[in-house]
Design a protein around this ligand. Structure first.
Ligand code: ATP
Ligand code: MG
Length: 277
C-alpha cells in the first residue's frame, strides 16, 4: 500500500478507493511529536473512535468501512475508511472554556468572533456549547481560531452550517453519554469530509483523549487545576520540563509514559464500560 500521508499520530495508506488509517503510539504536544511512544495508545484511540462512531451513527454518517479488513500487521490499530475530500477546517465544540480557547478569551474577551461574558475562569462551563472552529494548519504550524464567516468562505455557507450543527450535536451526545459515566467532555474536535457524491461524513477520529478534553466530573472546578484523562498530563509535564515547545520535543520519563498509558486505558474503560484487553 502507498503511504499517502503521515500525520502527527496516524499513518494513512491508500488501498483502492479506501484509505487505511493506522493510529500509531506517537504522542504530540503543542503540535510537536515527542520521541517517546505511549504503548497501546494507537489501539485505544482506534477502539474508542469505533465505539463512538457506532453511538453517533443515527446523528451523522461516518467514514468507516471496516475495522477488520485491514493488513494483519496493523490489526487493532487500523481502520479501513472511505477516502473523503476533507474540509480545511477543524470543527471544535466547547462546553467549557480552557486550553487555547481560554487563552484566546483571556487575551481578547472573545472566541471565534463570539463575545463572552467577562470574568470567566479557566474551566468555566459555558452557558451553552459553542462552535469554535480553527484553520487546519500544515504539520509544524499552529491552528488559528476563525469566525463562522471565515468557515463559510472556506467551505461554503451550506456546508458551514451543517458542520456547525453536526459538531454541536456530536458534542452534546458525547457529553451526555460521558456524563452518565462521571466524565465531563470539556471540548472536542472533529473533522468532516465529502464523498464524491457530496455526502458530508464524520471522518478521522471522534471523542478520543487526543481530540477531546475529558475530566472526572467529581473533580471539576472552575479555576482548576484540571485532572484530565487525556494528554494534558503530558502537556503539563512537557511545560514543566523547561522545553521551549519547538522540535525536537523531550524524551518522556518511564513514569510519565505509564501514567499516560493508564489514563488512555481508564477513559476507554469508563466511557465504553468495556474492559481493556
Ligand atoms: P495533520 O494530518 O494535519 O498533520 P494530524 O496530525 O491530526 O493532522 P493524524 O490524525 O495523525 O493527523 O492523521 C490523520 C489524517 O488523515 C488527517 O490529516 C485527517 O484529516 C486525514 N483523514 C482522516 N479521515 C480521512 C478520510 N476518511 N479521508 C481522507 N482523509 C482522512
Ligand atoms: Mg488528527
Amino acid at each position: 500500500m502507498e503511504l499517502v500521508h503521515q500525520g502527527k499520530v496516524r499513518d494513512v495508506y491508500a488501498d483502492g478507493d479506501d484509505l487505511i488509517l493506522v493510529a500509531s503510539d506517537r504522542v504530540s504536544v503543542f503540535d510537536v511529536i515527542l520521541p517517546t511512544p505511549i504503548p497501546d495508545k494507537g489501539r485505544v484511540l482506534t477502539a474508542l473512535s469505533l465505539w463512538w462512531f457506532d453511538q453517533l451513527a443515527d446523528l451523522v454518517p461516518n467514514h468507516v468501512v471496516s475495522a477488520t479488513d485491514v493488513p494483519v500487521e496493523f490489526a487493532g490499530r487500523a481502520v479501513r475508511v472511505r477516502r473523503l475530500e476533507m474540509l480545511k477546517v477543524e470543527a471544535i465544540a466547547r462546553g467549557y472554556l480552557t486550553g487555547s480557547g481560554y487563552a484566546e478569551y483571556a487575551a481578547t474577551g472573545q472566541l471565534c468572533g463570539i463575545q463572552l461574558p467577562a470574568g470567566l475562569l479557566d474551566g468555566a462551563q459555558l452557558s451553552e456549547p459553542l462552535f469554535t472552529p480553527t484553520t487546519k494548519a500544515p504539520l509544524g504550524e499552529h491552528d488559528e481560531f476563525i469566525d463562522f464567516a471565515e468557515v463559510e468562505k472556506t467551505v461554503g455557507a451550506e456546508t458551514a452550517g451543517a458542520v456547525r450543527d453536526l459538531t454541536l450535536a456530536v458534542y452534546r451526545r458525547g457529553a451526555e453519554l460521558a456524563a452518565e459515566r462521571g466524565i465531563v467532555v470539556a471540548d472536542t474536535k472533529v473533522e468532516f469530509g465529502h464523498t464524491p457524491d457530496g455526502t458530508l461524513m464524520l471522518a478521522d477520529e471522534v471523542l478520543t483523549p487526543d481530540s477531546s478534553r475529558f475530566w472526572p466530573a467529581d473533580q471539576w472546578k472552575p479555576g482548576g487545576p484540571h485532572f484530565s484523562f487525556d494528554k494534558q498530563y503530558v502537556r503539563d509535564w512537557a511545560k514543566g520540563s523547561g522545553w521551549d515547545k519547538t522540535d525536537p520535543g523531550p524524551e518522556l520519563p518511564a513514569e510519565v509514559v505509564e501514567v499516560t498509558r493508564q489514563r488512555y486505558v481508564d477513559v476507554y474503560e469508563r466511557i465504553t464500560g468495556l474492559t481493556w484487553a
